[in-house]
Design a binder for this molecule. Sequence first.
Ligand code: GLC
Ligand code: MG
Length: 539
Amino acid sequence: MNETKNSPDARARWWQGAVIYQIYPRSFADADGDGIGDLRGIIGHLDHLRGTDDALGVDAIWLSPMYPSPLHDFGYDISDYIDVAPEYGTLADLDALVEACHARGLRFLLDLVPCHTSVDHPWFADSRSSRGSPKRDWYIWADPAVGGGPPSNWTAAFGGGAWEWEPATEQYYLHSFYPEQPDLNWRNPAVADAMADVMRFWFRRGVDGFRVDAIAAAIKDELLRDNPPDRRPHAIPGLGGDAGHDPLWNVNRPEVHDVIRHLRRVAAEFPDRVLVGETYVQVEELASYLGHGADDEFHLAFNFELLLSPWEHRHLTLAIERSEALHPPGALPTYAFSNHDQPRHATRWGPERARAAAFLLLTLRGVAVLYAGEELGMVDADPSDLPHPPFDRAGRDAYRTPMQWDASKHGGFTSGDPWLPLVDPGTRNVGDQRADPGSMLSLYRVLIAARRASSALAHGEHRSLFGVGSDVLAWLREADGERVLVLLNVGDAKQRCDLRRVAATDGEVIVATSARTGRADLADLTLAGLEGVALRLTG
Ligand code: GLC
Ligand code: MG
């Protein structure tokens, strides 16, 4: 079928304009009282997400890894790709969760971690056992450099060199992340086949897709050449290295697109599945991860530039415009403002800006990915409240604290001792916010509902308007004859809007961060500090 991304068919796919909700399984809901979130806990709280009148109304869940793992990287170091870790439940529980999601119209995505396994994975145990092991080439082993030392100067994302010496067989193995996460060798077709089987295993169980972890690091230079000094300007931090070297040879290699095409071909064996790339690359490079046309590479790929932007008008403006301009025609941007790797945005940008941030995330064109708890305005834990030594050596415990369901001491998360302390269940919790129309939770709910009810917001084109007000972000969304004007004052002071360039005189408020409703006169519109308003243009 010669389908293009612009065709009505492509637009009708379930993930177009979707809102995806990320669950960190350890921290969502604990059903068995061991202080650790689990799959039964998630099943018990699906009412929060979809299917009831006061549910958030999201389209899909993405579950961070729930596979068996020795937890050096809290689940992103997997020792068995086709099972569930006992603390989270069983395969039967996972099947029940998928079924419960589908019964209420929620899609269900797992996390696929194709770039590395745990040191405890049987593949690696075999690989490291001898140089002659049949699985030796499933990982990347190399002799010391001429004159001794690691084979190349590549560094790991969490600091230090990317090579670990293995005395038993006198070679180094490569790890782009922690040393307990040896990199798989994607140049070996047996690895590609094995990962395809992993995907099929879950697709057959009804999983609707995968968020694909750390993909830019999947494949490295075959000759293991050293990275040159100095970084590119605007390099995205967090992957591939240190301040001193440009990670040219070990991240974002051209060959990575063959890996993604392989994953895509497997996904295409099943109807309606989606692959969302965790693409820590420059926005200029995102287009290549979205492939050429509708059947190539990722369906969706995270753009982290907005997440990484300071809350300043000129930075936000540029990040939005770069995203719109640099995505290929027909492709949709995918945004998240918080996740398990980054300080929560209510902490980064400040809790007073969280309503404005929610409005921004949910009125931009594309797919919005929420991180459990942001719909309550949750903030990071205070470092002094966290366990020492930390669970995560890279310092991410503060963003992974349990979900706050009610005002009780442990927030209704567990009847036992929570694995991480809760931040402030007395101040922010689902129970209280559900009943309060002015709450953050209610704002997320109405924003998601507005998005669903409006073709323009769900999948309309985006056209930015500049010069509306010094701190005002403004854009038009348009589809099926519906025109929506989105205005967001990112500053604290009120702003009068200059809307002479909008070909309309009146608008009807669809959704706002404030109590504003009804008709608005475009010739006389003043926004309060941090106010966001979406108007359906009428007159
Ligand atoms: C991704 C995950 C992060 C993990 C890393 C290595 O960036 O989101 O949590 O540490 O990959 O797997
Ligand atoms: Mg539990």
